[in-house]
Design a protein around this ligand. Structure first.
Ligand code: IVH
Length: 665
């Protein structure tokens, strides 16, 4: 038994080192494939010998237990915030106050001010025991289970010179790349968008299911140690120690002596921060000596030994002219602000996202308001504040519409959701057109055409739903204005050949709410034909991995509508694929489940298309471009230099044909 225990511990230690190299130092020393193999080895051993279970084992990172609500925990030391300054003059004042207060030499540690969710971590005997959010500063939420899934936060510390018990505070962050991908996915599903990575990150941290947290790839930076036996009397030197113990400490942190050095730091990072993978909103200045910190003490609210300097966001003041509402294909209503055009960091801004009703209410928006527009990292600018001093007596408050702007139907909203929907699925024009547009997109039925094609056909009364596409005659289409015989024939030809599109894509093409590409594939693998899916109960649906209540209900609702069933029946008659081929069913495995693989270059053993099919057959996902979501790049000869650079920059492991084939062996 002892040797098993030793084996388990050795594996844990080795995996912890690899995690540290990968997530903290960004310098992995083994391939992800090797790592996964070792992790699986450990998982198997732990399953076989549950007596050696440890909540801080690297296998626990995926998050397993579901906790229903967060326990409130009182902070041992209150979680204070910092006084804010906005000008170099105020920084000078701070520096002079410190000098006067100490009457001795001092160092100032300059740090980036990370714009995330603050967290306090407790370590006892080198193990993470608790992670608590700030809450009201006195008491916060115990989010330990979620924090355990964050790879850059050590569960067990390295070395042995850490205090027996201490707290370390820092920021939990969602990297821009993860944020952009998440919002893109939500936009596709017509779900409420997150306004910024801070909201997305804190929303993620408050998820009840640690698995979702694990999937969202949060990161962290730590910047403040608390405890009785810290290694040195200096903040900076303690942070460097903490880095050795395994914490992610910003490499931007710098010791300065003079005001000039501080200003140089501020000016440098005001520009350079735009190249960082995470959001920052200023810098923090801290007196280095802990004794001096103690001597300076606190005001009623803030420490006297530290201050925040906030960067100026690029923002402009302009007039809100009107609010319009867009209706998406699922009936989701998106409010958009129409602005008096204004120049903002190089581009003219005319519109800004208003996200949802809650966002409008939180701004207390009135028509004609002078509003601040800002560009975060997102592409769509947003309104961040209103200058109410300029508001006129008769300016009307903006109330979210009650009826659909296109068909007049009263809007509905599900409990707990932020988005309003127009429920008139069957005859609200933008919904009908939107569904047909979605149906023909490349990832769905891949029919040649776009928004304009559908607009023409719909307005001419040639199509009312997706099934009508298959009865189109080129003679009718070519009679329309701006349609030549050739393009009409091409369209009808392209529609005809779409009957070969495989079942999972047809399922995605139907446009059932919350059934995106991935979900459609999952469903097709679990229910091999549309008839099986139509007859599935909520319970049977939620049995499938990653299919929750919300998706299940949406599917049942879709098939309970006789109009939808009639459309599906017609599509069946036209010969569309509504079941998986035997071939696909028999060759399926889960070996690549959850992995996102990009193919690049030319290959010897199989063709690119064959690799694509192999990835999907084994439960993986093939995508076209490398992002933070990519698990591996399957590289052949002549992989493009841009792809190579991107993969290296993001730390995405590159595997060759042999390694890949071994994975699915
Ligand atoms: S030190 C008592 N350092 O900004 C000092 N805070 O308003 C505790 N923050 O609550 C904070 N980066 O959430 C410190 N390098 C940094 C920081 C930082 C971001 C956040 C933190 C804090 C708030 C201060």
């Amino acid at each position: 038994m002892d040797h098993i225990k030793q084996q388990i511990e050795a594996l844990r230690e080795e995996l912890n080192t690899h995690n540290y190299n990968y997530y903290v130092l960004s310098a992995p020393t083994i391939s992800d494939f090797e790592f996964d193999k070792k992790l699986r080895e450990l998982t198997d051993l732990e399953e076989q010998y549950p007596e050696f279970n440890d909540p801080n084992s690297p296998t626990q990172r995926v998050g397993s237990d579901i906790n229903k609500s967060f326990k409130q925990v009182k902070h041992k030391y209150p979680m204070l915030s910092l006084g804010n300054t906005y000008s170099e003059a105020e920084v000078t004042d701070f520096y002079n106050r410190v000098q006067k207060g100490l009457n001795d030499e001092f160092e100032i540690v300059c740090e980036l001010k990370y714009d995330g969710t603050s967290i306090s971590l407790t370590y006892v005997n080198g193990e993470l025991t608790q992670a608590v959010t700030r809450g009201d500063g006195v008491e916060g939420d115990d989010v330990t289970a979620n924090v355990r899934t964050i790879r850059s936060i050590p569960l067990k510390l390295r070395g042995n010179d850490y205090p027996a018990e201490f707290e370390i505070r820092g920021e939990i962050l969602m990297p821009w790349s993860v944020f952009d991908a998440l919002n893109k996915e939500r936009a596709e599903q017509e779900e409420a968008l997150f306004a910024n990575p801070r909201n997305a990150g804190s929303g993620t941290l408050k998820q009840q299911d640690p698995k979702i947290v694990a999937a969202r790839k949060l990161d962290s930076f730590l910047y403040y140690l608390l405890g009785d036996n810290l290694p040195t009397d200096r903040h900076y030197e303690n942070l460097m120690k903490a880095r050795d113990w395994g914490f992610k400490i910003s490499t931007a942190t710098k010791k300065c002596k003079t005001l000039d050095e501080i200003f140089e730091y501020i000016r440098y990072w005001d520009v350079e921060r735009k190249n960082l993978p995470v959001a920052t909103d200023g810098i923090v200045l801290k007196v280095n000596s802990l004794t001096q910190q103690k001597n300076l003490g606190y005001t009623s609210k803030f420490p006297r030994w530290a201050i925040a300097f906030k960067f100026q966001a690029e923002k402009e003041l302009t007039t809100l002219e009107s609010v319009s509402y867009q209706v998406g294909r699922t009936g989701a209503i998106t409010p958009v602000a129409n602005l008096k055009p204004v120049k903002l960091s190089g581009t003219i801004v005319k519109r800004a996202s208003l996200y949802n009703e809650d966002y409008i209410n939180s701004l207390d928006l009135h028509l004609n308001d002078q509003v601040y527009v800002e560009k975060g990292g997102e592409i769509i600018p947003k309104i961040t504040a209103v200058d109410t001093s300029k508001r006129g007596m008769f300016d009307e408050k903006v109330f979210f519409i009650k009826n659909c702007p296109e068909c007049g139907t009263p809007l509905t909203k599900d409990e707990g959701e932020a988005i309003y929907y127009c429920p008139n699925e069957s005859s609200c024009p933008p919904q009908i057109k939107g569904r047909i547009e979605h149906f023909i997109t490349r990832k769905a039925m891949n029919i040649a055409g776009g928004t304009e094609t559908i607009e023409h056909l719909y307005n001419a009364g040639l199509i009312h739903n997706i099934a009508d596409l298959y009865t189109l005659k080129w003679q009718d289409v070519s009679r329309l204005e701006r349609w030549a015989e050739k393009s009409a024939k091409n369209l009808v030809e392209s529609i005809k050949s779409s009957v070969l599109v495989p079942y999972p894509r047809v399922l995605f093409a139907l446009g059932i709410r919350y059934v995106g590409e991935t979900v459609a594939k999952k469903l097709a693998m679990a229910f091999h034909s549309i008839d099986e899916l139509m007859n599935a109960s909520i319970h049977q649906l939620t049995e499938v991995d990653e299919i929750g209540d919300r998706i299940a209900q949406s599917i049942v609702k879709y098939f309970s509508d006789p109009e939808n069933v009639a459309v599906v029946e017609r599509l069946k008659e036209y010969g569309l694929q509504f079941s998986l081929s035997e071939e696909v069913i028999s060759q399926r495995t889960d070996k690549l489940a959850g992995l996102n693989i990009v193919i690049s270059g030319t290959f010897e053993i199989h063709s690119r298309d064959e690799y694509k099919a192999l990835i999907e057959q084994n439960g993986g996902k093939n995508s076209g471009s490398i992002s933070s979501k990519t698990s591996y790049v399957l590289a052949g000869d002549n992989m493009g230099p841009a792809k190579l650079e991107k993969a290296e920059k993001l730390g995405v492991p590159i595997i060759n044909e042999e390694e890949f084939l071994k994975m699915i062996e």
